[in-house]
Design a protein. Structure first.
Length: 94
């Protein structure tokens, strides 16, 4: 299935990080975007993994959790529209 990133421009423009950019730069960012869908309860990355970019939650939600022992502890839940990974990008780690 092919996803057209330009359809997500309203999401990009909802972000304080990107709404100030001119339209040409917003479109260029969307052209560089990779659109991925994850299965319910799928893993995007695990603790200790390097964050490889900026993520947008377009629909649904993303759960951040830790597993001390055999129990899962939910640290936070981000519901769409939301962003994460921006610190890794700003620090140059993504």
């Amino acid at each position: 299935m092919v996803f057209h990133a330009h359809g997500y421009l309203p999401l990009l423009r909802s972000s304080a990080w990107f709404r100030q950019l001119d339209e040409a730069l917003q479109l260029a960012l969307m052209d560089a975007a990779t659109i991925k869908r994850y299965a319910k309860n799928g893993v995007i990355f695990r603790a200790g993994d390097a964050c490889d970019g900026l993520y947008a939650v377009v629909e649904g939600s993303v759960r951040f959790s830790a597993q001390p022992g055999d129990k899962e502890a939910i640290l936070t839940l981000l519901a769409a529209p939301a962003w994460f990974g921006e610190i890794a990008v700003i620090e140059g780690n993504a």
